[in-house]
Design a protein around this ligand. Structure first.
Ligand SMILES: Nc1ncnc2c1ncn2[C@@H]1O[C@H](COP(=O)(O)OP(=O)(O)OP(=O)(O)O)[C@@H](O)[C@H]1O
Ligand SMILES: [Mg+2]
Length: 245
């Protein structure tokens, strides 16, 4: 949990540092599109057309209220895509093919995945360089992530030999709850430096923002959730530049 929230707010924080960022909403629920304020009418012709080879990323992208941030939205049409793709050749490579050579001038593409491991998620994993894993600090966290690690290994073997885990970010952290601390210590013990130092706290402002169609950074810049996502972007950029986090 926390995938869509992290996609929206990490993207916003990166865009605030003048990087050009694109979100691709690959979830038929369209939560990233809603959370960035896109009206239903503005959502067709998005990721569905991209997958079907009927639009380029540039044609499918829409501006957002955040400078330097665009989104390829998910409309109701995307819900049928998994079934439509099942019988197609190269069905796992549709997104990768659609993006190939089309991302000049864009620094980061963040793909928001649906909850289930279907063809849409698989397309995202095949197209991606790396996976950012938001991890909720709850009892079954390690179990969930070891399943995800196996999935990533399998995708790497079969479809995308360079896929890696970009990082793990602990989210919905509740410092009044001892379990959060225990889970965080376990995850850090197991995954070491793959885990970001930045922790995203449980913060009601973060959960309110999407109903206003805004990233939390625009809704309440000073709240702990916004500050944490700014820190996360900073830590990510420093890591990429090979600097100590
Ligand atoms: N740091 C946070 N503090 C409080 N609420 C949060 C926080 N992060 C996420 N939430 C809330 O938790 C819920 C689930 O988060 P989110 O939608 O980001 O998860 P998801 O992984 O995208 O879920 P799904 O698999 O259904 O797409 C949302 O209602 C969101 O507003
Ligand atoms: Mg989501």
């Amino acid at each position: 949990m926390g995938k869509t929230t992290t996609a929206i707010n990490l993207a916003t924080a990166l865009a605030a540092t003048h990087r050009r960022v694109m979100i691709i909403d690959m979830d038929p629920q369209g939560n990233a599109s809603t959370g960035l304020g896109l009206a239903t009418a503005a959502r067709s012709q998005g990721s569905y057309k991209l997958l079907m080879g009927d639009a380029t990323p540039r044609e499918a992208a829409r501006p957002t209220a955040v400078a330097n941030l665009t989104i390829i939205p998910a409309g109701v049409d995307l819900a049928g895509a998994e079934l439509e793709l099942v019988a197609e050749m190269g069905r796992e490579f549709r997104l990768r093919e659609a993006l190939k050579g089309q991302l000049d001038g864009i620094d980061y593409v963040l793909i928001d995945c649906p909850p289930a491991l279907g063809l849409l998620t698989l397309n995202a994993l095949v197209a991606a360089h790396a996976v950012m894993v938001p991890l909720q600090c709850e009892f079954f966290a390690l179990e969930g992530i070891s399943h995800l690690v196996k999935t990533i290994d399998r995708v790497r073997q079969v479809f995308n030999s360079t896929l890696e885990i970009q990082g793990i970010v602990l989210t919905m952290f509740d410092r009044r709850n001892n379990l959060s601390d225990m889970v965080a210590a376990d995850v850090r013990g197991y995954f070491g430096s793959k885990v970001y130092n930045t922790v995203i706290p449980r913060n009601v402002r973060v959960s309110e923002a999407p109903s206003h169609g805004k990233p939390v950074l625009l809704y309440d810049l000073k709240c702990p959730g916004s500050q944490a996502y700014l820190h996360l972007a900073g830590e990510m950029i420093r890591r990429e530049n090979g600097m100590a986090a």
